[in-house]
Design a protein around this ligand. Structure first.
Ligand code: SAM
Ligand code: DTB
Ligand code: SF4
Length: 320
């Protein structure tokens, strides 16, 4: 499995072994190195703000074990139809007024059908016309679909690798690692920026976290945007009782991502609501320079806008 993936156009600049060596550095050395890389490539006091909206919630046929939207698990998520255009625009307008520069629309699909793609294209056109960057995450794309999204003005497509190839089969069985790489290649070939990251805290080992980051860094070129999600444990999902990841291990993950993907925006993504401000501050120190901003992720809670504004002010982080 590993060789199959790595033997694509991945020239394996970052082998799992090399990435693991970074994880094993003394914590202070790792953070120092990450800060240096961060400062050489980004303004250390700036943070990018993306707001999320679930445009089609629940009832997903896939079996991702972390996900409250899979139809296979009994969770409190209510299944909804695709939102109407006006509702989406209202939410985008509010996100813009609150200071977000990118609006990300997520759909709980295996992949979009043609008529669904047409509806989403209209959402993209109109959000773009409001002067925001656009991002969508719609599952797997078939031949030709990425080009249509590009035509509509899409800036970013989010599609995560989620975990390492070795651990992947424990988490998802309804789509393969290769399926994901194929979708990423379609997005890249259509000239759309890639937003691709993963989740930690699924019960994976450190070597498997290193395996995920190695895969991401060896995408050619690496993703422009790298969301690092900490598992939000949702009641009813198979992972609701998995052990917590130690916060310092999470911070190490961010630091290593920063070092091996120096130009990318590393997004401190799901899990902030459960994270003390001090941990978040160390994540920014380690090189995270983007967050999801707004009271909801897709179906779970994110910090309140006022709380995030206060945190940014305390840390002198600005979004403009
Ligand atoms: N359905 C589409 C797909 O998976 O291709 C797009 C939406 S899906 C919800 C986007 C990403 O959200 C997943 O790849 C996963 O990394 C993240 N995610 C989902 N549930 C999560 C949870 N409980 N905690 C943290 N991240 C989660
Ligand atoms: C990503 O990597 N994280 C976001 C976004 N891409 C679409 C989603 C997080 C979802 C967290 C669980 C939920 O709210 O349903
Ligand atoms: Fe469906 Fe995406 Fe959730 Fe997987 S992560 S179950 S594909 S909504």
């Amino acid at each position: 499995m590993d060789t199959l993936v790595v033997s694509r156009k991945n020239t394996s600049t970052w082998s799992t072994k090399k990435v693991l060596e970074l994880f094993q550095l003394p914590f202070m050395d790792l953070l120092y190195q990450a800060q240096q890389v961060h400062r050489a490539n980004h303004d250390p006091n700036k943070i990018q703000l993306s707001s999320l909206l679930s445009i089609k919630t629940g009832g997903c046929p896939e079996d991702c074990k972390y996900c409250p939207q899979s139809a296979r698990y009994e969770t409190e998520v209510e299944r909804e139809r695709l939102l109407a255009l006006q509702e989406v625009l209202k939410s985008a307008q509010a996100a813009k007024e609150n200071g977000a520069t990118r609006f990300c629309m997520g759909a709980a699909w295996r992949g979009p059908k043609e008529h669904q793609l047409e509806d989403v294209m209209e959402m993209i056109r109109q959000v773009k016309a409001m002067g925001m960057e656009t991002c969508v995450t719609l599952g797997m794309l078939k031949e030709g679909q990425a080009e249509k999204l590009k035509e509509a003005g899409l800036d970013y497509y989010n599609h995560n690798l989620d975990t390492s190839p070795e651990f992947y089969g424990e988490i998802i069985t309804t789509r393969t690692y290769q399926d994901r790489l194929d979708t990423l290649e379609r997005v890249r070939n259509a000239g759309i920026n890639i937003c691709c990251g993963g989740i930690v805290g699924l019960g994976e080992s450190r070597a498997q976290r290193a395996g995920l980051l190695s895969q991401l860094a060896n995408l050619n070129p690496p993703p422009e945007s790298v969301p690092i999600n900490q598992l939000v444990k949702v009641s009813g999902t198979p992972l609701e009782e998995v052990d917590d990841l130690d916060p310092f291990e999470f911070i190490r993950t961010i630091a290593v991502a920063r070092i091996i993907m120096p130009k990318s925006h590393v997004r401190l993504s799901a899990g902030r609501e459960q994270m003390p401000e001090s941990t978040q501050a160390l994540c920014f120190m380690a090189g995270a320079n983007s967050i999801f901003y707004g009271e909801e992720l897709l179906t779970t809670a994110n910090p309140r806008i006022e709380a995030d504004k206060a945190l940014m002010s305390k840390l002198d982080l600005s979004s403009k």
